[in-house]
Design a binder for this molecule. Structure first.
Ligand code: SF4
Length: 568
């Protein structure tokens, strides 16, 4: 039931947990102090997400632990918030060390320009959080029903204009960060605020947002933040070489629930244009719209994308005007050319060099014959510039001086670091989510499996002369879409162990969703399904025609024109 465009229905259990949490405190301290279990209480599992940490369990070990009459091997994921993905060498070295000391010796680079530690045991959780804080980074709002890590086009040092945009990402992030002192109380032994329930959370209130809220900025022609997959996005508009302002996008999102066609991925609408100095104000206004109108009864229909579809854009515009006096101007023209990163060396106008390293599945780890994590640690010891995480799970060694370049080059060479250019275009444009063994929602493998599937698909591409044709492929272990699979020309989404749904027909630039082509495919069936289409593509594609457009033109799938039609 709706009244005044608000849903009148009982709030979901998570809303009650938030309401009663005393601004995200709950009983987290008590849970952390309970030494009888490696887990924390259920309500604290909800609340700890807002602090940037999730409880997980190693599903590979479930049977063995059960057999031994032990509880599951619980551990925690910690997500480090890094607006725009920019870190210093000192921060890189500290995080690298923490991964070895408290996590699973892996630095996971996420699709939202954040770091993730996996496998942190409860007894080490607080210390790890404190050590992260010592690096001047934090984890608050990295997860939970709040504005998450704000993404920005990968290299702020590419031009002064890129730097301006990265600063805007930081300003949005700072403005939309929760104010609760609970974070410092719990993790950093901050002073407890007596009667904390009186503490104010001016933007969010006691119940925060109905659901997660994602924000990104892109600078055309590169859509390396997948801006239209975000609840709120800004597309930089460049006029006469200057940043004049932004087109505003709302209502993007990737997740849907299998079997529930009321849920769907959605590409954001471009709703207007704002001068650049309005970006923080508009961010707040859109967040407030979602805070006040999002569905708090049904979490599966709670993201801004559903709010926008339910209430319509006219109402959205009228609310922006009513609450913040904001009238968006008509959107300005822009054109995206790619979703991908610029691999290898590039030079910016200020004379600095930048090197983008390919990190498969975002998993930075030392493998036999390829110690990539060690290589970047060695680079960090000499590097005076920055490291920038990209939205494609890669990393840019940025701001390398002409003088230092040979040294960095020799380290990269010594460890055989891959810039990506030597790989097939399919691999260069691949993304995988973490999935098994730690993600409790995964039905199938993703990060551990996609590399070997790409090996096999590369053979098909090679046989058809397509190794250098840019095609995007993304795999996730479930339809929650953390790896943005519904914006990939080849999307693979786990349904069961070893079985995937195959989606085709997304655009190469991130402005059209794909469509289900076949369900529940094994590896053999995926290759069998794709081989004839790739053969056809090799023979009959138009000049410069991307694979996603080709499969639509040839009728393999229908184009998905809007989120609501994803299932049609
Ligand atoms: Fe887990 Fe699903 Fe997200 Fe992958 S997409 S990390 S399986 S929730």
């Amino acid at each position: 039931m709706e009244n005044n465009n608000k849903i009148i229905a009982p709030p979901s259990p998570i809303e009650i947990i938030k309401e009663n949490s005393n601004y995200l405190r709950g009983t987290i301290i008590e849970s952390l102090n309970n030494q009888l279990t490696g887990s924390i209480k259920e309500q604290d599992q909800v609340l700890s997400k807002f602090h940037g940490t999730y409880q997980q369990q190693d599903r590979d070990l479930d049977d063995e632990r059960k057999h031994q009459k032990l509880e599951p091997l619980y551990s925690f994921l910690i997500r480090v918030r890094v607006p725009g993905g920019i870190t210093t060498s000192a921060q890189w070295l500290a995080l690298d060390e923490l991964a070895d000391k408290y996590a699973d010796k892996t630095l996971k680079l996420t699709t939202r320009q954040a770091f993730q530690f996996h496998g942190v045991l409860k007894r080490n959780l607080k210390t790890t959080m404190q050590e992260i804080n010592k690096t001047l980074l934090d984890t608050i709002a990295a997860c939970g029903d709040v504005n998450r890590n704000v993404m920005s086009s990968a290299n702020p040092f590419e031009s002064p204009l890129h730097a301006e945009v990265a600063e805007d990402a930081k300003r949005i992030s700072a403005h939309l960060t929760p104010q609760t002192a609970a974070y410092h109380e719990i993790w950093h032994d901050g002073k407890l605020i007596e009667g904390g329930e009186k503490e104010e959370e001016p933007l969010y209130g006691k119940t925060y947002l109905p659901r997660k809220f994602k924000t990104a900025i892109a600078i055309p022609p590169r859509n390396d933040t997948d801006v239209l997959s975000n609840d709120l996005g800004f597309i930089a508009i460049i006029e006469n070489g200057q940043l004049s302002g932004y087109n505003v996008t709302v209502g993007g999102g990737m997740a849907y629930t299998f079997g529930n066609n009321n849920t769907y991925p959605r590409v954001a609408d471009v709703v207007g244009y704002i001068p650049k100095d309005k970006i923080v104000e508009v961010s707040e206004a859109v967040l407030v719209f979602q805070r006040d109108h999002g569905n708090r009864s049904d979490r599966k229909n709670a993201r801004l994308k559903y709010t926008v579809d339910r209430l319509g854009l006219d109402y959205f515009h009228s609310e922006l005007k009513r609450t913040h006096g904001i009238q968006l101007e008509v959107a300005k023209p822009y054109k995206f050319a790619t979703l991908g990163d610029k691999y290898g060396w590039s030079k910016s106008a200020d004379g600095h060099w930048h090197y983008t390293v390919f990190v498969e599945g975002g998993k930075l780890i030392d493998r036999a014959g390829y110690p990539a994590k060690t290589a970047l640690r060695e680079v960090a010891k000499s590097h005076t510039g920055s490291f920038i995480l990209t939205g494609n799970q890669n990393v840019v060694i940025a701001q390398v001086s002409e003088k230092l370049k040979p040294k960095i080059e020799s380290i990269l060479k010594k460890y055989n670091v891959i810039d990506g250019k030597s790989l097939s275009q399919l691999r260069q444009n691949s993304i995988a989510c973490a999935a098994l063994p730690l993600c409790g929602l995964a039905f199938a493998e993703a990060e551990r499996y996609l590399p070997s599937l790409v090996d096999k698909l590369d053979k098909v591409l090679e046989a058809n002369g397509l190794l250098n044709e840019p095609i995007t492929i993304r795999m996730t272990g479930c339809a929650n879409g953390c790896g943005r699979p519904f914006l990939a020309e080849i999307g693979l989404v786990g349904r069961a162990p070893g079985k995937y749904n195959l989606y085709l027909g997304a655009s190469f630039v991130g402005d059209r969703l794909n469509k289900l082509y076949k369900e529940m495919l094994s590896e053999e069936e995926i290759i069998a399904a794709l081989t004839p289409i790739l053969e056809d593509y090799a023979k009959t594609r138009d000049t410069n025609e991307h694979f996603g457009n080709f499969v639509i033109r040839k009728g393999y799938v229908k184009a998905t024109t809007e989120g609501k039609k994803f299932h049609e």
